[in-house]
Write a protein that binds this ligand. Structure first.
Ligand code: OMP
Length: 278
């Protein structure tokens, strides 16, 4: 029987710590590594990160756009990296931020959440802004495959507020409504459910939101966007136990040396453990 994503994620967080390293091959990072912004550069960058960190970090979040910009050969690099990371015991959250109407959403879900798909991942980031209900095919397939979703609830960028903090007729904000849908999805699951929220670590005090969704909270924004591990308890309060903090550029800029990449990831992992008491 396949264990649920929530169960596998909790074990991975307990064993390796909650850090998620983002794999975002920006052109500027390739350049700072002394690599060309082409398929050979993408391959070298990606496999260096995979080899350096695959056995030690709990969660990886490749950003699909940085691979897609190279067409099918870039996607092939993403496929291989995803398989290699998973084979080394890491969990892969595919950051593709998919979201569409029902039947098309079903096809997106098949691309990332069907067990025999070349891009099968442990979880997928999705956008609920065509309506939470439009995500239903992805929720169903994730359950069937033992995978998870991370639903954009309160994003790290300042522009997100105009949608996510908009107040609905019932007085709740749109973001709070997404959190409530996720709490419902995860009700009764132990040790936690598989349906997570994306909540930026940059957002300051979130005490007006109920972050207790019995599921993971993916928290981007540490490092390049200005948040620090020390911010996590203040931003997330009691929910900090379920936070999976993501660092992309903050770790990646330490390359191309594999030892330097490992040290950067370890430094963040230690600071995070200290801050959240894990
Ligand atoms: O879903 C995400 O991962 C995400 C949501 C969000 O609110 N903010 C955000 O920065 N992200 C992603 O998290 C990563 C952050 O990268 P760094 O700022 O380099 O650490 C990028 O891949 C973003 O696309």
């Amino acid at each position: 029987m396949t264990l649920s994503f929530g169960t596998r994620l909790r074990s991975a967080m307990d064993e390796r710590g909650p850090l998620c390293v983002g794999i975002d091959p920006h052109a500027s990072l390739l350049d700072s590594w002394g690599l060309a912004d082409d398929i050979a550069g993408l391959e070298r960058f990606t496999y260096t990160v995979v080899e350096a960190l695959a056995g030690t970090v709990a969660v990886f979040k490749p950003q699909a756009a940085f691979f897609e910009r190279f067409g099918s050969r870039g996607v092939a690099v993403l496929e291989r990296a995803t398989a290699d990371l998973r084979a080394a015991g890491g969990l892969v959250v595919m950051d593709a931020k998919r979201g569409d109407i029902g039947s098309t959403m079903g096809a997106y879900a098949e691309a990332f959440l069907r067990k025999d798909s070349p891009l099968f991942s442990d979880a997928l980031t999705v956008s609920p802004y065509l309506g939470y209900g439009s995500l239903k095919p992805a929720v169903e397939l994730a359950r069937e495959s033992g995978a998870g979703l991370f639903v954009l609830a309160l994003t790290s960028n300042p522009e997100g507020a105009e949608v996510q903090r908009a107040v609905r007729e019932d007085g709740r904000t749109v973001g709070a409504t997404m959190l409530a849908h996720l709490a419902e999805e995860n009700a009764g699951e132990t040790p936690m459910g598989s349906f997570g929220a994306v909540v930026g670590a940059t957002l300051g005090d979130l005490s007006s939101f109920d972050l207790d969704i019995n599921g993971p909270l993916l928290a981007p924004g540490i490092g390049a966007q200005g948040a620090t591990p020390a911010d996590l308890p203040r931003v997330f309060g009691a929910a900090v136990r379920n936070v999976v903090p993501n660092v992309s550029r903050g770790v990646l800029k330490a390359g191309p040396d594999a030892g330097a990449l490992r040290s950067a990831a370890e430094r963040y992992a230690n600071e995070i453990r200290e801050a959240v008491g894990a």
